[in-house]
Design a protein around this ligand. Structure first.
Ligand code: ADP
Ligand code: MG
Length: 570
């Protein structure tokens, strides 16, 4: 016979005042009016990570309109909206009481991006929400009455206010879903227009601060306005025509004086691989899903990456076709970041001089004269960027310092007091008038990727799905004892993504690595399994802490793992 909410209440009354271990008695399922409650895991003590709960509501009760389930984009946006509402409502209706994290009902709070999450799952039959509960205690004694209050009053109220269509602000939900759908559609149109990114007129690009991703709302905020020559109009399914600046394929420079908004524009483009919530200001800033931020990252580990396209003939004959180091330099790290991103499917490189290695970007005439080519292992990016472009790999590059790049640009956008101006024509004239005198470096060969097969990630035994993984914010992943530093993988935007990447790597190691599949093949296999079975496929137990990350970011994490073993086929 199944247990009810009254049974849960009476267990909690019975264990009131007892040692914390007695909380284990509440594991199980309970029928509540209108939903079922699952207590999947009970924390061992008040200071342990909080207990894992779920609720399931049948669509007969929740009644979400079926149109929200018609596409992946809509379903993701609906679930994202519900997760926001659940998280905020839980924070409002519960508070800390007693020891440790006691007393709180908690679901991770989403940021400005609309992401696929596993905290709320919706299908035609039911809605499931996964959250955690700090089971309350005084010292190590169970506070049964408080627990009863949380389980039998707070949780039903949160469910009622957030997971039942009738009780929501229907127009807010509608807007959330329609904005995401429009952004997704605009992103899908980019190839038809020959673009790698689109920035709608009226967008608000600057953020409040480096740690606050909400739109800047103080002082004079200049809304984005496209220069006429780069303006395009695209049609979004819900909003209709949207006008803005198109960034064409090829090599695009963003130039301008310091503090005129160059990096802010590039950062918005970086984030344009994701959809944004209504009111964010970047709702219709959309970028190719294959765009990757590239930066220098000295100190990172590199394992068996072929960086010879950029760097060869290192002192002491280190082999750069199969380059490994525990501690990369600025230039070698930036080279590896490009090569590995391309291997993982990148087609657009986003580069900011602020975070680049100067000697990787440029060697000017005078330096070429002073230091003989034979003494310089680096073929600078300026001599590769056009060859990459010929292979269909575009670059958007922020530059204030080196005019030598004017020779290799297809489009030059100048930021002038936060307003973009198309200076492509003027840039050509300048390039004609002031010859750089540089000599082209490197051979004229187009980029050919090496074929790499990961042999082992080195942190788990074969078949072991239980090696401990942890994530700290968006910066660090722990796999067993191995730490991966993701601070410089800038398109990881949500701590749920680091959690997901950590477990995805464990899953790769335990289930997919076969000593034969190449990096792109492994990423494709993983992608198929996730598309079929959801993110839960990599989870060792049921929880709601994942957000989806791209294969590009999963590969970035794998490539930074110090225990990675790679075999190169050619
Ligand atoms: P740059 O890279 O050209 O040196 P940044 O992009 O770093 O300049 O911008 C400099 C400052 O201007 C930042 O504090 C940023 O928040 C602010 N800013 C950027 N764009 C705008 C805008 N459209 N309106 C108002 N302030 C902006
Ligand atoms: Mg800058």
């Amino acid at each position: 016979m199944s247990l009810t909410h009254q049974d849960l209440a009476s267990i909690l009354r019975r264990i009131d005042g007892r040692g914390y271990k007695a909380y284990q008695d509440i594991r199980g399922e309970y029928t509540f009016p209108g939903f079922r409650l699952y207590v999947d895991h009970v924390q061992a003590d008040p200071f342990a990570p909080p207990s894992r709960f779920r609720v399931r509501i049948s669509q007969g009760v929740a009644k979400f309109p079926l149109r929200y389930l018609e596409s992946v984009t809509r379903r993701v946006a609906l679930a994202d909206y519900l997760a926001r509402l659940f998280s905020a409502t839980a924070a409002r209706l519960t508070h800390s009481q007693g020891t440790g994290k006691s007393g709180r009902v908690f679901m991770a709070r989403p940021g400005q991006e609309i992401l696929a999450r596993n905290s709320v799952l919706v299908n035609a039959d039911e809605v499931e929400a996964r959250f955690s509960v700090g089971l309350p205690a005084a010292g190590r004694r169970i506070l049964g009455g408080v627990a009863e209050d949380i389980c039998c009053r707070a949780i039903p109220r949160i469910v009622q206010e957030t997971l039942i269509y009738q009780s929501l602000a229907a127009s807010d939900l509608e807007k959330h879903v329609m904005v995401a759908e429009d952004a997704e559609a605009l992103r899908g149109l980019l190839p038809d227009y020959g673009l790698v990114a689109f920035v709608a007129n009226g967008s608000i690009l600057p953020r409040r601060s480096g740690v606050d991703d909400r739109p800047l709302d103080r002082g004079n905020v200049v809304p984005f306005a496209s220069p006429p020559s780069l303006e395009v109009e695209m049609r979004a399914p819900n909003r209709g025509p949207v006008r803005g600046m198109g960034i064409p394929r090829g090599v695009t420079l963003i130039v301008g004086g310091g503090y005129h908004g160059k990096s802010t524009l590039l950062r918005a483009i970086e984030r344009g691989v994701y959809n944004h919530i209504p009111g964010d200001g970047r709702e219709f800033v959309v970028t190719s899903p294959f765009a990757v931020k590239i930066r220098a990252e000295d100190g990172r580990a590199i394992t068996g990456t072929d960086i010879s396209y950029f760097i060869s003939n290192l002192p002491f004959g280190a082999d750069t076709r199969h380059f490994s180091t525990e501690n990369a330099s600025g230039s070698t790290s930036q080279a590896a970041n490009i090569i590995e991103a391309l291997e993982a499917g990148a087609r657009v490189l986003l580069v900011d001089e602020d975070t680049s290695a100067t000697n990787f970007m440029i060697r000017d005439r005078r330096m070429q004269a002073l230091v003989a080519k034979e003494k310089e292992p680096i073929t600078p990016f300026i001599d590769r960027v056009r060859l990459l472009s010929e292979k269909g790999i575009s670059t958007v590059l922020v530059l204030g310092g080196s005019g030598d790049y004017l020779d290799v640009a297809d489009t030059v956008i100048m930021m002038d007091e936060y307003r973009p101006v198309d200076v492509t024509g003027r840039a050509r004239e300048v390039a004609e008038r002031f010859k750089t005198g540089r000599e082209l470096e490197g051979d004229r060969e187009g980029f050919r990727p090496a074929v790499r097969v990961p042999v082992s990630l080195g942190f788990a035994r074969p078949g072991d799905r239980r090696t401990k993984t942890k994530a700290r914010g968006t910066d660090t992943i722990m796999l067993g004892h191995e730490e991966i530093d993701l601070r410089n993988v800038e398109q990881v935007v949500d701590p749920g993504q680091t959690r997901f990447i950590a477990d995805a790597l464990r899953y790769l190691e335990a289930r997919l690595l076969d000593g034969k599949s190449t990096v792109p093949e492994l990423l494709a296999k993983l992608g198929r399994e996730i598309a079929e079975k959801g993110m839960d496929v990599v989870a060792p137990f049921i929880h709601g802490e994942y957000c989806l990350a791209r294969p590009i970011e999963i590969a970035a994490a794998m490539n930074r793992l110090r225990t990675l073993e790679i075999k190169q086929l050619m």
